[in-house]
Ligand binder design. Structure first.
Ligand SMILES: Nc1ncnc2c1ncn2[C@@H]1O[C@H](COP(=O)(O)OP(=O)(O)OP(=O)(O)O)[C@@H](O)[C@H]1O
Ligand SMILES: [Mg+2]
Length: 268
């Protein structure tokens, strides 16, 4: 069973600068695109101004462990509220979802996922608080979840739908293509160099810096790019498109002729 993994970015399904708000227009457009493209999806959505706001309020992040009981409960509750709204938009467009908690995602549910998908229902999860034995609670972002999924289901491509029309270079232009060896532009995320000309920095270095420079709880664009390069190493292309244009999202879901960015394995 092949899945198209789709990340509905919190940056486009909410207004990230306004706590606890939903971008209904974008959610409607994305839901219709998913419905019309008609693929087998694993749908992941981000936290946007729900998850990140709650997490930051209580000092939760992807980069450290916490035992803040109220923060954990509150963040999980806010994500549950956001996800109810997101799933309502999807179901209204005929994209029927089946929720799995991020805590439960591992190879033991592979068969369930495949059979559920074969029956026309789309597995869905979202960035959330998880617990790790002996360590504590931490946030797992939607982007990290996609990487985790790629370890036990067959992902043909990952499509990241975001607020920006793609991965932008230092001049604000969309970088159309990034391969493991070269890209068509250079990008810094804050002061973290990710791609400089044809040179992509070792991601262990990026990760070290990301903790301190991250604008949100899960590493923002830098972590997204890290995930996409890890996916490329596994042979999975990652596509980045904006949320506003339904036809373009459909093209991205189908994997061709879209306007946006693609991070892919080297072309041989
Ligand atoms: N080079 C870049 N290209 C594109 N976006 C960038 C870049 N540098 C920084 N950004 C910012 O990163 C944001 C995307 O990351 P962010 O984590 O906010 O989105 P998301 O993953 O969709 O949201 P969430 O984490 O809530 O799911 C963009 O909206 C933009 O503001
Ligand atoms: Mg993010």
């Amino acid at each position: 069973m092949d899945f198209v993994a789709v990340k509905l970015g919190g940056s486009c399904i909410t207004y990230k600068d306004k706590p606890f708000t939903i971008n209904e227009g974008n959610l409607r457009t994305i839901s219709r695109a998913l419905s019309e493209a008609g693929r087998n999806y694993f749908i992941v959505h981000g936290g946007g101004s729900w998850g990140h706001t709650a997490a930051i309020m209580y000092g939760l992040s992807s980069f450290s462990y916490s035992r803040h009981a109220k923060g954990v409960a509150y963040t999980k509750l806010k994500m549950q509220e956001l996800s109810s709204a997101v799933q309502k938009f999807l179901i209204d467009s005929g994209v029927h979802t089946f929720y799995f908690p991020a805590q439960a995602l591992d190879e033991r549910i592979r068969r369930e996922l495949e059979e559920i998908s074969a029956s026309g229902v789309h597995p869905l999860t979202y960035g959330d608080v998880i617990y790790e034995v002996g360590r504590g609670f931490r946030i797992i972002g939607g982007d990290e979840i996609i990487l985790k999924l790629s370890g036990f289901i067959n992902i043909v491509r990952a499509v990241f739908i975001m607020a920006t029309p793609g991965i932008m270079d230092e001049n604000g232009e969309v970088i159309e293509q990034i391969t493991l060896r070269e890209s068509t532009g250079s990008t810094y995320i804050g002061d973290v160099p990710i791609i400089v000309g044809n040179y992509s920095v070792p991601f262990s270095d990026v990760l070290k810096k990301m903790d301190s420079s991250s604008p949100d709880a899960t590493g923002g664009m830098a972590y997204k790019l890290y995930v996409s390069l890890q996916l490329a190493r596994k042979g999975i292309p990652a596509i980045f498109v904006g949320a506003g244009d339904k036809e373009n999202i459909i093209k991205a879901l189908n994997g061709s002729n879209f306007t946006g960015s693609i991070v892919m394995p080297d072309v041989h």
